[in-house]
Design a protein around this ligand. Structure first.
Ligand code: MCA
Ligand code: AMP
Length: 513
């Protein structure tokens, strides 16, 4: 290996010279310096290294957001292992699938979930289960405290895996998108320049990121945290999004990132005005379409033009509205912007041929940001790439005459609710197993808060009473993450189908919106 490409090293080399400066602070008054990040992640890395795992071992983590959860991520990178973050809303069946599929050697969970998580972990061959609470409790930190606070970061090649993120992609069961140190480093560098991050020594003032996103998906972990770590920027670390707390902290921040629901909720607060945003440099939105009315209302209330960008678990960020230039001219509502530097994006027709500007087609992408493939699924990986190496995003869109990308729909059957992805097929599978259900269709309908809301339409089995809405919702809540549970359940005598027998979800969406 010529040069160490460990992502942690990339960050550490850029930590501010003054290691006592603040890296993370929380509203509860906790303060972590850059030196603390280095030393505390070293202790955890030493603990992980002492477990004598094979290179490439997976560390699966389902814990509440805390600065220590970020330290665990950094420690996993430093020790040369592969980080596998899991949404805290996932229930037993979901966790069992991920653990069975990824075969992690180490599982870290919340202290209150130790009973059921450790059972799943040990049954599936995990060697170690640690706990980590959001208040610095749990066996992970207790054990790590016995280790030294220096650690020689393990060298990694650009293609070595850094993380696996589970996503359902176009269809079927969740697949683990394998992201390398090189993928994450290239995206971090590109976004740093493209969004004009200001280092602490910048003239005037360095950036301060107000971090309100969860850290088990691309948006909060790889886009927000990476940007701050790479720029040496302080983070104001909120355990979750809360509109009032965000408003309270905004006057001390310069950058904020969120899903559209965050902006909708901020707009509902009378306290959102130009004054609270007086030091803000940039508001970024992504993970789901930002409505033009939200973009316009935000601009009117705050004087800030939200920058919308587009990404995926498989590709990190691929397209973004420009930052540089007159914001009102370059950041456009209803478009996700232009392909990022080093990233090639094309729109093709059903025949695979490039579409003319303005014509709608399938969005495909190639570049150093694009993942290596799905974990242990070579056939699925091959299906999702074209012969010339482009990844098929499953999103449908067009280029306009100025080179801006517009997403107009999805070829994958996907609902995005409050920035979380819900795959109808998975929910339909659970509903179809219920007593009294002949078949079902799960659809997304417009929702003022979540953008889209999950709604189920069910056909009862002949001759038996249909299960009522409450029964279906309560049963699903036991089995799947709460954000996937339908907000409403409608009963119909039959599902509309086309001549090929395919359910016409567009008709259901029209009827039940
Ligand atoms: C919570 N609930 C939801 C959602 N979140 N329902 C539908 N969709 C949701 N997203 C429900 C719960 O089931 C519960 O229902 C009730 O709301 C209250 O739960 P609570 O946890 O208190 O909700 P909240 O704190 O208000 O959370 C809403 C939220 C959160 C703040 C919008 O969902 C959030 O932070 N979303 C961000 C998602 C994100 O980071 N996406 C990035 C993915 P009940 O009372 O019935 O139990 S990365 C990505 O997409 C790509 C790569 C990209 O481009 O970034
Ligand atoms: P995930 O599977 O969580 O990686 O979600 C990726 C998907 O989120 C993309 O394929 C898009 O469908 C969607 N997405 C992300 N950003 C945007 C955006 N700004 N506008 C519309 N859809 C988006």
């Amino acid at each position: 290996m010529t040069q160490d490409a460990n992502l942690y090293r990339l960050f550490a080399e850029r930590f501010p010279a003054d290691k006592s400066a603040c890296a993370i602070e929380t509203p509860e008054g906790l303060y972590y310096s850059w030196g603390d990040l280095e030393h505390a992640s070293a202790r955890i890395a030493n603990l992980l290294a002492s477990l004598d795992l094979t290179p490439g071992a997976r560390v699966a983590v389902q814990v509440e957001k805390s600065p220590e959860a970020l330290l665990l991520y950094l420690a996993t990178l430093r020790a040369g292992y592969v980080y596998l973050p899991l949404n805290t809303a996932y229930r037993e069946g979901e966790i069992a699938y991920f653990v069975e599929n990824a075969e992690p050697d180490v599982v870290v969970c919340s202290p209150s979930n130790f009973g059921w998580v450790s059972k799943i972990a040990f049954t599936n061959g995990a060697k170690h289960v640690f706990t980590l609470g959001d208040d610095r409790t749990g066996s992970l930190l207790e054990r790590a405290a016995w280790f030294g606070d220096t650690f020689e970061t393990v060298p990694r090649a650009p293609d070595d895996l850094a993380a696996i993120l589970y996503t359902s992609g176009t269809t079927g069961r969740s697949k683990g998108a394998m992201l390398s140190h090189g993928n994450l480093a290239s995206n971090t560098r590109v976004l740093h320049a493209f969004w004009g991050w200001r280092e602490p020594q910048a003239e005037g003032r360095g950036d301060v990121l107000l971090h309100a996103l969860p850290i088990f998906h691309v948006h909060g972990l790889f886009v927000a945290s990476h940007a701050a770590l790479y720029s040496g920027s302080k983070m104001i670390w909120l355990s979750k999004f809360d509109a009032r707390e965000v408003l309270h902290q905004l006057p001390r921040a310069t950058v904020f990132m969120g899903v559209p629901t965050y902006y909708v909720r901020l707009l509902a607060e009378p306290g959102l005005n130009r004054d609270v945003c007086r030091h803000m440099r940039l508001f970024i939105s992504g993970s789901a379409p930002l409505l033009r009315e939200t973009f316009d209302a935000f601009s009117e209330r705050t004087g800030h033009t939200i920058l919308e960008r587009y990404g995926m678990s498989e590709t990190v960020m691929l397209v973004s509205n420009p930052y540089h230039g007159d914001a009102a001219k370059v950041r456009r509502a209803g478009t996700v912007g232009v392909p990022l530097p080093e990233v090639t994006v094309r729109v093709v027709g059903d025949d695979g041929q490039p579409s003319a500007d303005g014509d709608i087609g399938h969005i495909q992408v190639k570049g150093p940001n694009v993942f290596a493939g799905y974990w242990r699924m070579p056939e699925k990986t091959a299906e999702e790439f074209t012969g010339d190496g482009f990844f098929k995003t499953g999103d449908v869109g067009k280029f306009d005459e100025d080179g801006y990308v517009h997403i107009v729909g999805r070829s994958k059957d996907l609902i995005i609710s409050g920035g979380y992805n819900v795959y109808p097929k998975e929910i339909e599978g659970f509903i179809d197993e219920m007593d009294g259900v002949a078949e079902s269709a799960v659809i997304g309908v417009p929702h003022p808060d979540f953008g889209e809301a999950v709604v189920a339409v069910i056909v009862p089995r002949a001759g038996v009473p249909a299960p009522d809405e409450r029964t279906v919702i309560d049963a699903l809540k036991q089995r799947i993450a709460n954000f996937k549970v339908p907000k409403r359940v409608h009963v119909v005598t039959e599902l509309p189908r086309n001549t090929m027998g395919k359910v016409q979800k567009n008709l259901l969406r029209d009827r039940f919106k």
